[in-house]
Write a protein that binds this ligand. Sequence first.
Ligand code: GLP
Length: 241
Amino acid sequence: MEVVILPDPAAVGAHAAALIAARAEATPGLVLGVATGSSPRETYRELASLREESPTRFDHVRCFALDEYVGLPPGHPASYAVVVAEEVTGPLGLDPDHVHTPDGDAAHILEAGPAYEQALAEAGGVDLQLLGIGSNGHIGFNEPTSSLASRTRIKALSERTRQDNARFFDDGVSVPTHCITQGLGTIMEAREIVLVAQGEAKAEAVAAAIEGPVASMCPASVLQFHQRVTVVLDEAAASRL
Ligand code: GLP
């Protein structure tokens, strides 16, 4: 695991974006796994400005989101399908046919996880997975106690995550109680992983993930077993290392 500590969130975003852009250049048709939330926003902004310099550079990138809420009305602004389109794949000019999110609105919701696993397999798996980390150490929506070998499935959201994410819901729709998320076993199959974190609120989870025991109480700690992980932190997020 390589840990890169930089002065501020802008530098974190620039570093992660440069890494992703280099991989997209080296691997035509790169399969990029994307996270939502506030952590990767600087990275996406930086990628969008790299695209302005060279408009076709991400044309062949394919994209898979980590997770989705269950039961949000289609097109809800907090749904990850909408967030990924607005923050990532739209600005990068990706072909919408090459953008996938788990189907949180599926009629047969229990089948949505295996269907997503199949789509991932058909794409050849994820080349580069970008991750944030929750304040409780979750990645994707794999909350503490998630199986380290888990696959894409329905999960209940913890109360802490629902509170953390309440800021994205301001229209009277309450934070869903459930989600569908790639499992920790699924995430670990990505050929390369980049985790970004900024701010003091993430410092404890970051320290547990990098220096703590590998344990389901800190799902991100499973990354210690991955052979190609870069963790990009600002000084505040690194302050408990
Ligand atoms: C969210 C997402 C994760 C994200 C994490 C941190 O709920 N499911 O993919 O990495 O929680 O969110 P934020 O970056 O907004 O702190």
